[in-house]
Design a protein around this ligand. Structure first.
Ligand SMILES: Nc1nc2c(ncn2[C@@H]2O[C@H](COP(=O)(O)OP(=O)(O)OP(=O)(O)O)[C@@H](O)[C@H]2O)c(=O)[nH]1
Ligand SMILES: [Mg+2]
Length: 315
């Protein structure tokens, strides 16, 4: 018999979903059987990553996408991940407003996650929260992350399809290439297209994408939106569906899900090995040998090897 929390999640009970995500977020002990049951029911959703620079309109766009999903009788889960904030701040206040809007509507579940200073763990937790939402039967799960370097790559790993949100001022060819966005984006959105330069950026971007899309990837389409006026949202929603259809047909979606699964296993092993390795004794040994710069006598590679070689009782 599944545990009561799992039963609640499978019945799309908001309190159970919330409770499970809180446990994941706070690193509380969760039995393996919970994860097994979750896994058995968490493959049905489409996971969409939405990332981009601060203030580009990701939350506004997400809100519009929620409404579009609802109008098509689809259910939605949102995980708003902010790697830059602990648990307070403007963005999260905004999230609270929209959460309240859907408080009594179990077709929607919205949750924010701050980093708690544990950036690495955040991607894993967001994935697991996504599993909870998937098991609750949500058709779409939106992962909204502010793009600050690594953040974009993490969200890309968590999602089936990644939407990168830019604004007309987002820069010239070199800046766009350098940001590494071309590699992770499946679709581009130029939001705030009510401002000057939106068409210019769209043609520049299309040109770059045409020339630089790597093999094994579809050329990302570019959409113009004005999210705060609801313009271009339906087109974007349809564009996401079309792109997913293509990815399904040529096996890319399965490939991506497979590599996501493998990455998750590798990442869990890495974390467990490190946790097991760093005993209190080893930490204090490292601290002692590195009290000041002048106290350091060996190269990092040598000290690392010494720590790896020593048995517990030698400390
Ligand atoms: N002019 C214009 N303003 C917009 C548009 N979309 C959103 N905004 C405004 O831009 C501001 C930032 O929007 P958000 O949706 O909070 O942006 P965000 O990317 O979620 O921001 P962070 O979460 O802080 O990174 C808000 O004041 C929005 O009302 C648009 O298409 N045009
Ligand atoms: Mg936001």
């Amino acid at each position: 018999m599944p545990n009561p929390l799992i039963s609640g999640i499978l019945e799309n009970d908001t309190r159970s979903i919330s409770k499970a995500i809180t446990r994941i977020e706070n690193n509380q002990r969760i039995p393996d059987s919970f994860y097994s049951d979750l896994h058995a029911s968490s493959s049905g959703s489409i996971r969409i990553g939405i990332t981009g620079p601060p203030g580009s309109g990701k939350s506004t766009l997400t809100n519009e996408l929620i409404e579009t999903c609802l109008s098509k009788n689809k259910t939605v889960g949102v995980i708003a991940v902010d790697p830059t904030s602990p648990f307070t701040g403007g963005a999260l206040l905004g999230d609270r407003v929209r959460m309240n809007k859907y408080l009594w509507d179990n077709r929607i579940f919205i949750r924010s996650m701050g980093s708690h200073g544990d950036l690495g763990g955040l991607a894993r937790k967001a994935q697991e929260a996504g599993d909870v939402l998937a098991a609750s039967g949500k058709d779409f799960i939106l992962f909204e992350t502010v793009g600050v370097g690594q953040g974009e790559h993490d969200v890309a790993k968590a999602a089936d399809i990644t939407v990168v949100v830019l604004v007309p001022e987002s820069g010239d060819e070199i800046q766009l290439m350098k940001a590494g966005l071309i590699e992770i984006a499946d679709l581009f959105v130029i939001n705030k297209s009510d401002r000057d330069g939106a068409n210019r950026l769209a043609s520049l971007l299309k040109n770059i994408l045409h020339n630089f899309t790597t093999r094994g990837k579809l050329e990302p389409p570019v959409f113009n939106t004005v999210a705060n006026q609801g313009h271009g949202i339906i087109e974007l929603f349809m564009g996401i569906q079309d792109h997913l259809k293509l990815m399904t047909e040529n096996g890319m979606l399965d490939d991506r899900r497979l590599s996501r699964y493998r990455n998750r296993v590798s990442e869990l092993i890495r974390v467990r090995l490190e946790d097991a390795f760093w005993t209190v004794e080893k930490r204090s040994h490292l601290d002692q040998l590195t009290q000041t710069l002048s106290s350091i006598k060996t190269a990092p590679v040598i000290l690392a090897q010494q720590l790896l070689d020593r048995q517990q009782d030698e400390f």
